[in-house]
Structure formats: C-alpha cells, structure tokens
Design a protein. Structure first.
Length: 454
C-alpha cells in the first residue's frame, strides 16, 4: 500500500520505494528564505521491511485465527475471539493515542531540528499511568469479564492483562520508530507480533486448547515491542537527538492523547464491537454466533491490516508536510491513499458477493456459515472505515483532533444504535450497522479535510 509523496510531489510514496535527499534533489534555499524543516530519507531496505511486516502481519493474523477456529469450533473460538477483540479494542483505545502522540510530536521536533527526547519522557509517564489504571480496572471487574466474555475461563482474563502490558510497550515502540521515520523498525514490530503468535499457536494442530491460543495472543505483544532492539539499524533512533532544545510537557501529551483516545475507541467499537455486543447480550447460542461473526469480520478485514502500516507512515509524513507549509502535497497524498484503499475494499465486496460463503467454509470449516449479502455489507463498512482512517490522519496532522473525534463518535453511536435496534440475526444486524456507521464516519471526516483545504 502507500504512504505520502515527497514534498513537491503529487502521488503517494509506495512503502517499497525510497525517499532520498541530497545530490541536488532539492533546491538550495535562496537568500532571505527561512530554513525549511528536514525530511529524513527513507532507506529502500527499511521501506521494503515495512511492506513485508505489514503484509505478513495480516497473513499471520489470518493463519492464527483459522488455526484457532478449526481447532476449537465456533463456541470455543467465540471466547478466543472475545479475547482477540477485547485485547485489541483496549490496546488501541489506550495505547494508539500514545503512539500517535509520540509519532506526531517526534516527527515535528525532528523536522525542526529540535531534540525529541523530552517527548519520550512525558509519554513514558503517561503510558505507565494508563497501563496501571487499566490493569487495576480489570482486576476490579474480574468476575464479570471472566464470566460474560470468557465463559468462566480465568486464564483468558490473565492473558488479557498480560497482553495489555505488552501492547503498552509495543505501541510506545511504534510511536518512536514511526516518529523518526524508521519504518523498517515498525515493520519489525508487526512481523514479530504476528510471527510469535502463530508459532506459539502451532500446538493447536494437535490439541484443542484455549490456553494455548490465549498464551500465543498475549506473548506476541511483548515480543513485537522488543524486536527493534535486536536490529542492526536501531541507530536510526538517534535522529531524536536534535541540535536545539525541544520541549514537550505532559499537558501537551494529554491534550493530544484525549481526542486520539476517543478516535481509537470509536474505531474499535466499529471494527471489533459487533461480536462483543453479541456476547454481552448473551442468550442461547451467543458464543457460537459471536465465533462465526469474529471469523467473518476477520475474513473481510484484510485491508485493515494493511491500513495499520499505511497509518504508521502517513501521520509523521503528513505532519512533516504541515511543518514545511506544504498543504498541497498533504491534501493530494491524503486523497490518493484514501481512494486506493477504498477501491481495494470495493473489490473485496464484489468478491464477497461471488464467493464469500464458500471462502468461509473452506477456511474455517462447515460450521462457519454466513450470507453473501451480509459479507458484502461488512466489506462496504471496511471501505468506509479505511477512508475515515486516512482522512483522520490528515486531520490529526492539522491538529484537528477533536473534530476528528466527533466524526468517529458519530459513526460509533449510529453503529451501536442500529445494532441494538434492528431486527434479524446478530450477523445481519452487525453487518448493516457497521456499513452505515463506518461510512458515516468516513463522509464526515472527508468533509473536515475539504473544509480545512478551503
């Protein structure tokens, strides 16, 4: 997939391409010009590793979930799906705002030649506070979480806590490597996360064990965070050290992280909340219905796995455009990436209409059945979700975080209202609600970006 173009260009930069400066590539400043913020080179091997990590992350996530679903069946997989969905809902809600805060602030400091280490000190304190509060909250709500989400299996609640602690480190690391535009390091995080999870789940080929699946999910988080430390290119992090002193107070971190948290929470309500709502509502067959819905959601959300890599490069790059005053490139890159991803989702929707139900049974087994129209509606929702995600990065780069948060909240509220108010099967209710809610968020965010351009 794509990341933004170099300044002055009007097309997104492929993740596998390189952005190089020097040797006369950029014009020399004229007398009286203000110095322009620096844009660091993107090494070709780093860009390639980012592409590999992003693609492998999606493939390995599919492999893990197919393995778990086939081993455990719909009901047993429903609890693991709840762990998967709950883990990423909380991790993204709690820690992606911190990642984006670090990434945007570090990119801005580095672009201006300022020291970015103050950003990390402030963000580290915020990360510790958020993590401790979240773990304490799980302990206090141990019984309802264990009984309602995990069918009375306490090992899954322990895995949830361990995984959240690991993802606190992982998202912090992502923010650092993204901010200094060491995208190879980001690719390593994604690659290690998916690889560790899949390898640890291989015993499911022999034994149907929720514990094995839970340990694999939890261990992947910390393993991904540590991966950049063993890279020979970890010296790229030294870009943090600038020539002039930079400041970044905790208040600045919280001020950006609060709307980013709203955004992250609403994103996860949309993309992961449907099966969790089915489980919380309970009733006969709720676990099996949630398991099928988890499997179907995963089947159609391949572009979302690609989006995480695109977003990692998009926010710091758009922030750099903003720091350079290059609004035209910021806008063009945003629109083109959104169109590419939405087009991919459209092709996926067509594929779901033709072969969606067959793909479900081939991948997961005969017990996992879904209608082609509902699968296509999920794909429409994925298209709206990805377009919203791209436009959101442009809004964040322009410091329109609260406007973006309101847009995402609108989509999430409509999604929940429709899921609770519509009639029909749980699968149908979630499909329609997701398509409408995600598309609404995308349209509102697109309007925000267009108004800012004007």
């Amino acid at each position: 997939m794509s990341a933004p173009a170099a300044p002055g260009g009007d097309s997104p930069l492929p993740l596998g391409a390189s952005l190089r400066r020097g040797r006369g590539d950029s014009p020399l400043p004229r007398a009286g010009d203000s110095p322009r913020p620096a844009l660091h080179a993107i090494d070709r091997s780093d860009a390639t590793l980012m592409s590999i990590g992003t693609l492998a992350s999606g493939v390995l996530a599919y492999a893990f979930n197919v393995l778990a679903a086939r081993s455990l069946g719909p009901a047993g997989y429903g609890a693991i799906g709840a762990l998967w969905g709950g883990m990423f809902l909380l991790a993204v809600l709690l820690f992606r705002p911190i990642e984006q805060t670090i990434s945007r602030a570090v990119a801005d400091h580095v672009a201006r030649g300022e020291d970015g280490r103050g950003v990390l000190r402030s963000a580290a304190g915020l990360t510790l506070l958020v993590t401790s509060t979240a773990l304490l909250g799980i302990v206090l709500a141990w019984t309802p979480i264990t009984d309602r989400l995990f069918a009375g299996e306490p090992v899954l609640t322990v895995a949830l806590m361990a995984g959240l602690a690991g993802y606190a480190l992982s998202y912090f690391a992502r923010g650092v490597v993204g901010g200094v535009q060491w995208f190879g390091g980001y690719g390593l995080v994604l690659l290690a996360d998916g690889g560790i999870r899949f390898v640890l789940a291989l015993p499911l080929l022999i034994v149907a064990s929720q514990t094995v699946a839970a340990v694999a999910i939890a261990a992947a988080a910390a393993g991904g965070a540590l991966a950049p430390l063993v890279s020979r290119r970890r010296g790229a992090v030294r870009r943090l050290v600038g020539g002039t002193r930079g400041t970044f107070a905790m208040g600045s971190a919280v001020g950006f992280a609060m709307p980013a948290a709203v955004i992250a929470g609403c994103e996860q309500i949309l993309v992961s909340g449907g099966p969790l709502l089915v489980l919380i509502a309970g009733g006969p067959g709720a676990a099996a219905a949630a398991g099928v819905l988890f499997a179907a959601t995963l089947l159609v959300r391949a572009p979302v796995f690609l989006l995480q890599g695109v977003q990692a490069s998009l926010l710091p790059s758009l922030t750099t455009f903003r720091a350079r005053g290059d609004e035209a490139s910021l806008h063009r890159a945003t629109v083109k990436v959104a169109v590419i991803l939405a087009g991919f989702a459209g092709a996926l929707a067509a594929g779901a209409l033709v072969a969606g139900p067959t793909a479900m049974t081939i991948l997961y087994g005969d017990e996992f059945t879904a209608g082609r129209v509902d699968l296509a509606l999920l794909c429409v929702g994925i298209g709206g979700f990805m377009a919203a995600g791209v436009f959101c990065q442009a809004a964040l780069a322009r410091t329109q975080a609260w406007q973006a948060a309101v847009a995402w909240a609108s989509g999430a509220i409509v999604f929940v209202a429709l899921e609770l108010g519509l009639s029909g099967t749980p699968f149908h209710r979630v499909s329609v609600a997701f398509a409408v809610g995600a598309s609404l968020a995308g349209l509102v965010l697109m309007r925000i970006v267009w108004k800012a351009r004007a």
